[in-house]
Design a protein around this ligand. Structure first.
Ligand SMILES: [Zn+2]
Length: 93
């Protein structure tokens, strides 16, 4: 059939591809041998919207609007907080 890859409705991590958002050229640009990349408009589980490169979706490089990274930060902070608390408890004992 030779059709282009259609990611519509597919889910990648927290992102669901809803429609094509045009083409961008990676690297040097359109006239300098840059590679054409299809961009996709995606809706994240958290409700945010994000335009993502199709290849980044397929290879798993981009899996959220950025909220995954933010939640990782939260987890890190919680871990640090607990470590601090444990150290305090140890100091008391
Ligand atoms: Zn999100």
């Amino acid at each position: 059939m030779g059709r282009r890859l259609d990611l519509t409705g597919q889910k990648f991590g927290k992102l669901t591809a809803v429609e094509r958002a045009g083409t961008r050229y990676s690297g040097a640009g359109k006239y300098k041998g840059g590679q054409a990349v299809t961009m996709w408009r995606c809706i994240c589980d958290c409700g945010n919207e994000k335009i993502v490169r199709g290849d980044s979706l397929r290879c798993g490089k981009t899996q959220s609007c950025g909220c995954i990274c933010r939640s990782k930060e939260h987890i890190q902070r919680a871990v640090e907080g607990r470590r601090k608390w444990l150290a305090e408890q140890k100091a008391k004992a």
